[in-house]
Write a protein of this length. Structure first.
Length: 87
């Protein structure tokens, strides 16, 4: 079993995220944690991403979300995801 934070890939598809980091983060929090809304704080400047490590091209844009609310009708998980929310 692995525990982790909500995370995902920013998709270029206009029907998904359209390369928008903020939209992708909101979708991932809703899909993986069943949380919406709240106050969002981007932890890096606009246009800045943190390299995951020196061996991959993956970059991270982190957010702090305060007072998000539970939703009973979240966006569906992606087909390859198998996530259990532990409260």
């Amino acid at each position: 079993m692995l525990y982790g934070l909500a995370a995902g890939i920013v998709e270029t598809d206009p029907n998904k995220h359209n390369s928008d980091f903020d939209l992708a983060a909101r979708h991932e929090l809703e899909e993986e944690c069943h949380l919406i809304g709240g106050s969002w704080y981007r932890l890096v400047h606009e246009g800045v991403a943190i390299p995951m490590d020196k061996y991959v091209v993956t970059q991270i844009v982190a957010y702090l979300v305060i007072n998000a609310e539970k939703t009973n009708n979240p966006r569906p998980l992606d087909a390859e995801e198998d996530i259990e929310i532990i409260e």
